[in-house]
Design a protein around this ligand. Sequence first.
Ligand code: FES
Length: 151
Amino acid sequence: MIDINKVDEIINRYEKSEESLLAILQDFQREFFYVPEEGMKRLCEVMDVPESKIYAMGTFYKALSLSPRGRHTIKVCTGTACHLKGAPQIIETLERELKVKRENTTEDGRFTLECVNCVGACAMAPVTVVDEDYYGQTRASKVGDVLKKYE
Ligand code: FES
C-alpha cells in the first residue's frame, strides 16, 4: 500500500495540464521506486485524461516501471564475454544470497535483480552494475561484499 497523501502532494506540485504528466510520473518513480496503480488512477481523475494514456506513457518510458522495484537495481551482464567469464555463477550466487529470482525484487524491497545484454565494458568481464556503480571482474565469492555497501 502506498501513501496516497504523498501521491496528492506530488500531483499538487504541478500545473493541471497534460504537459505535467511525464514529470509527475517521474516523481512517482523517484518517490516509490515505481509508478503505482493508485498514483495513475489519481492522476487520471485530477488531470481528466484517459487511463490508457497514462499506461502508454508508463510502458513507453524506460525509466518508469509499473511494478514495484527495489531501492537498488543490480544488473548482471549476460553478454558473451561476461557469460564465458562466469556471469551464470554470479547470477546463481545473487539469487541464493538475496532469495530472489532474476527479474524480481527482494521481499524487503532492497534490490531488484536483472540480467542485461552487454553493457559495453567487456574488457572488465564479468560485469555487474549496481545502480550506477560498475564492478568488473566480479567473482561470485565477492558478491556478498558488494551487497553490503547498499542499504
Ligand atoms: S559482454 Fe558483458 S560487458 Fe560486454
